[in-house]
Design a protein around this ligand. Structure first.
Ligand code: IVH
Length: 684
């Protein structure tokens, strides 16, 4: 998508043409998003188009046209549903993308109102706007927003949503009241729905919003009934003079009334009196958005006083008394330039996407893993496609899928290469396995990865032995396996690019220091398939010496609690290989520590406890955290269950784990509490 800016000084006919082009483009995306529930660009890319058009219209007011998408809301309702004329238009909201834009909104309001302003901060639910009409307390009609004036009658479908009360629970309900809110689908339900749809060969939804919109706008209400939809109510419209209408002067009173009437009102809503506090609220939810089991894309800030709202009024599209603070995008569309294959330490060939760099979820993404051959086939992404890139709960960017409507003609499906890009040897995929491997143990690509992994933080922690250095060492034939690291001398290192006396000495002392790392670190560093930090810690603790592990049969290892048959077999096979034995001999000759846990045994404060870690911790790598738990007698499984003692959360935790913890009532604690847990075994 081009981000052409049309400054005030450009050629007038070019600018008018660009405005027209943008209007057409935006109108096209409005239909895809609002009518078909099948957007082909991300929300952030859409917002960018609207901002470009708005800028042109601000610089050239003569170009503003009443039918411009900047002046209208949504898209025309679908003919599938009977039309509903909204008595009070369902408007949209203006957006703010920064604290400055939030402050500018407050300034704009100063022209219309005076005195103190209190703000109600609400989460901006990423769902579908709904209007619920109650007559004498009975739900009589539900309608979508449509184009803001005319919506779609979806009463039969909304009647299947349990969270929507069919009768208000107040004793004397008004003759008529219209409640507005957002229908949404919880993230776990969306994931489950897509899994079921995938199995049945049905349509997959790109995100929870689309699945909510698609489920709500079904012709057959029975289909809607099978979908887990819910609602948050956030506004109320009453016609003046309606008998029984609640007296209220503030929006927070409206919310209290809705709650009493039995409507779900979001519990996070807060009244704040300064814009700094509002900004803190926005930042808090920006950081914690994935702690919720539904999706939000910002915060809606509303003026609390209804009298002030009245004075502020609205523009043709949005009220002046509210603004949507939008979070930075987590999803963007970009060009897939190519698909390459990288070779890992165990020879695993992993396909990855080379993307036209795009700013998403707070950083620029140029590469993203595609995991394995089946994933590429399932997603059917092809070089040349426009793809959706997402960075959500996890920091790792993901290619969601192609935008099929933008696929150029003649793009061929991607085929997994037959040969290793590093050594040219054959790539092999075994029956029943999803991964493909380069089986050539002499493959330079594999060697580099194994040696670099050996020196990494969770393993032997050799500072200065980064991938670029290792590539040079392997290419020059100085290092073939991890045992060769200990035979390196100053003369050889001085010949490397970027190395001088000080850096050589530093690297040599780091190599020397690594000889005394605990056995568990050595095991991690050997790149044994299936054996991670937790398994290494268990084996080191149980068998106490590398020689005992070398001598052990798979049964002996399997007898260690936490070691399954796959790990046991893999470790046994690793040490049975002559080639690997030769590496061990080199390490032994160099004087590398083979003995069990070097640290004195930690008090077993976590005996019988099971601690799940999710997200990135500041003070511990994932392996170190697992090791710390296990060395204190605890377990650290990869998923949350009834028997989990606590879930430790770092930055960018997994939403599924948090949701599960919430459902099961498992305590969720931060890093400080984790430190205490390790020390005392107690939760704060
Ligand atoms: S108030 C007159 N409150 O965001 C505006 N809207 O981008 C009334 N939305 O059309 C809307 N959460 O569909 C309001 N807490 C919230 C909301 C919310 C989500 C949606 C709503 C609106 C859209 C504007």
């Amino acid at each position: 998508m081009s981000a052409r800016a049309a400054g005030p000084g450009g050629d007038p006919s070019d600018i008018a043409r660009r405005a027209e082009e943008l209007r057409r483009e935006i109108a096209h995306h409005n239909v895809l998003y609002h009518q078909l529930d099948e957007p082909e660009i991300s929300d952030a890319d859409y917002d960018q188009l609207v901002r470009q058009l708005r800028q042109i219209e601000a610089d050239h007011p003569e170009l503003v046209d009443i039918s411009s998408p900047t002046q209208t809301v949504g898209a025309a309702p679908s003919p599938l549903f009977p039309p509903v004329q909204h008595r009070v238009p369902m408007m949209s909201l203006d957006n703010a993308f920064s604290i400055e834009e939030l402050e500018a909104w407050v300034k704009r309001m100063d022209r219309f109102i005076s005195g103190e302003v209190a703000y109600v901060c609400e989460l901006k639910i990423d769902g579908v706007a709904i209007s619920l009409l109650y007559e004498n307390g009975e739900l009589v009609r539900a309608a979508t927003r449509g184009d803001g004036r005319v919506g779609e009658d979806v009463t039969a479908n909304v009647a299947t949503i349990d969270a929507v009360p069919k009768r208000l629970t107040v004793s004397s309900p008004p003759a008529e009241v219209e409640v507005r809110g957002e229908v949404y689908m919880p993230v776990p339900s969306f994931e489950e729905l897509n899994r079921r749809q995938g199995e049945a060969g049905g349509r997959l939804f790109a995100n929870p919003r689309n699945s909510a919109a698609g489920s709500l706008r079904q012709k057959d209400p029975k289909v809607t009934a099978e979908r887990d939809l819910s609602v948050w109510a956030y506004e109320m419209v009453t016609v003046a003079g309606t008998a029984g209408a609640p007296a209220r002067s503030y929006h927070h009173e409206t919310l209290d009334y809705l709650r009493r009437a039995g409507l779900p009102v979001n519990p996070q809503i807060t009244v704040l009196t300064s814009i700094d506090a509002v900004h803190d609220f926005c930042r808090h939810w920006e950081a914690h958005r994935h702690d919720l089991d539904y999706e939000i894309d910002g915060v809606v800030v509303k003026v609390d006083s209804l009298a002030q709202r009245e004075e502020l009024g609205h523009t043709s599209k949005a009220p002046r008394w509210a603004i949507a603070y939008k979070f930075p995008p987590e999803e963007r569309t970009t060009l897939l330039r190519g698909i390459m294959v990288s070779i890992g330490k165990s020879g695993k060939a992993t396909p990855f996407a080379q993307l036209e760099p795009v700013f998403v979820g707070g950083s620029t993404v140029g590469l993203a893993t595609l995991h394995n051959e089946d994933q590429v086939r399932l997603k059917d992404v092809r070089p040349g496609d426009t793809v959706v890139v997402r960075k959500a709960g996890d920091v790792i960017p993901e290619v969601v899928g192609p935008v099929l409507s933008l696929r150029p003609k003649g793009l061929r499906p991607w085929r997994f290469p037959a040969n290793c890009p590093s050594c040219g040897g054959p790539l092999v995929r075994l029956e029943g396995e999803s991964d493909t491997f380069c089986t050539n143990l002499d493959c330079p690509g594999q060697r580099v990865q194994r040696v670099a992994h050996f020196g990494s933080r969770g393993a032997m922690d050799i500072e200065g032995l980064g991938e670029q250095t290792v590539i040079q060492l392997v290419n020059q034939g100085l290092v073939g396996d991890v045992g060769d690291i200990y035979a390196l001398g100053a003369d050889q290192l001085l010949g490397l690019e970027g190395f001088a006396t000080t850096s050589v000495n530093n690297l040599l002392s780091a190599i020397e220091a690594s000889k005394s790392r605990p056995l568990a670190n050595l095991l991690v560093g050997l790149s044994i398939r299936h054996l991670g930090g937790a398994g290494s810690a268990l084996l080191a603790r149980a068998l106490g010496h590398l020689d005992a592990i070398l001598a052990a049969g798979p049964e002996e290892m399997e007898a260690v609690e936490g070691i399954g048959p796959t790990i046991a077999r893999s470790v046994h096979e690793f040490f049975a290989s002559e080639r690997n034995r030769a590496v061990i001999d080199k390490l032994r000759t160099a004087g590398v520590n083979f003995a069990g846990p070097a640290a004195p045994e930690a008090p077993q404060v976590l005996a019988g406890k099971s601690i799940v870690v999710t997200g990135t911790l500041e003070g511990w790598s994932r392996e170190q955290a697992e090791e710390a738990i296990i060395s204190r007698g605890g377990k650290s499984p990869g998923s949350v269950s009834k028997s989990t003692t606590a879930v430790v959360v770092g930055t960018s935790p997994g939403a599924a784990k948090l949701t599960k913890a919430e459902q099961l009532g498992v305590p969720v604690v931060d890093e400080a509490a984790f430190a205490r847990l390790l020390e005392t075994g107690e939760l704060p």
